[in-house]
Design a protein around this ligand. Sequence first.
Ligand code: SAH
Length: 403
Amino acid sequence: MYDPQIGFALLRSDRLALGELAALRRLIRDSLDPTAPDSPLRTVLKGIECSRSQLIDQLPENRLAELCSCGLLVESGQRVFSPFRAHLVEGFVIVTDPASAGRPRSTWYLDPLCEGPQLARLLIRRIASRGLDMGCGCGVLSLVMSSFCDHVIGVDINPRAVEFSRFNSVLNGIANVTFMESDLFNSLRGQEFDLIVFNSPTNKEGDDYRDLLESGEPLLARFFSNLGNHLRPDGYCQVNLAMNDYTESRFVDRLATWIRAGERDLRALTMVCKRHKNDDGGTWKRGWATFWRGSSFLSEVDWPYHLLTATPSPLELSQLVLRLLENHELLNSQRHLPQLTWSEGLCCILPWKQTLGLWDVPLAQVPDEVALLASTKPLSFSGAKHLDIWIGLCLQKGLLGVL
Ligand code: SAH
């Protein structure tokens, strides 16, 4: 599994001295804390080598030996470096590979947390019994899910990812997560989950397979045609994905085909954070899609969640995501609003002063082809009554409709 020719090192969770773990964890966590002053350990875990004597000033020698024994640090003469990077995500210490910065990537290369921490903030945080982290990578989403799911399974086709996830769970003292190798759902036959999360390895490649982090659309086809068999009746699935609309074929139509192939009805709401036109006249989009059971509808909102600041807490964001889903259920049940399905138009929700709810937005900033849902002040969507008032307001202002 470890290929010395590739030069990718492994972490050894079995070398972590279990009795000493809490102290080790505290030491790493404290040095990564953004408010803490710079320290030799923080420097080395961020990728800059330092001298052994500097480190020994900060930590006892046996601790340094422990960090070297598990592979997190490497001693080379009087210098110490780390082949990995450590991050602090929602209080968890997460070790993964460094960003590859254009270097060719090995098959076993792990996602260096390109989007994981941001996606973690968009998770639906209901108390859940069973969670699944598909393509767990270094295990970042599994660990975050472990705080609101009774039990989490993280799977990855990359055995090195499984090892890293185990290491991170042991390092953080998290016992309610299990990691295993699996090609999508293959090792999970007959198992159902309340929350399935997939930070999918898709980008601009369309059908091409490049490596495990750029796997192309056939992977999504397999995932979505199986999803219905693994989602509990009131469960949610959240997927980070790239969507390519070609002039002849829209992503949403292909998605509908995959879901239909699964023979279970699923509804979907995709929040699109980025979009741009391709040279061939098509469009590329990145989005966060939520799936749940119900007679099929697929809709989309533009929501630049990648611009979110730290202000809304993960819990507030989770409530917002749930509110958007509820809102869409209601809107779609109102027969007079067919424009909210993808085929008729788009609905656009943009942030306003970082508050939750719906946001006021200057019309001039909205692309012409987009239908806009907007209100002059944040509104509550706790009931259909509010929704009616709000829809009335939007219609009256000419803000809602097929443009
Ligand atoms: N969840 C992690 C990693 C996301 S990158 C994070 O958010 O940072 C996507 C992951 O999907 C990679 O770890 C890759 O190895 C995994 N993957 C790719 N193809 C897969 C397959 N067929 N089955 C399971 N996992 C797969």
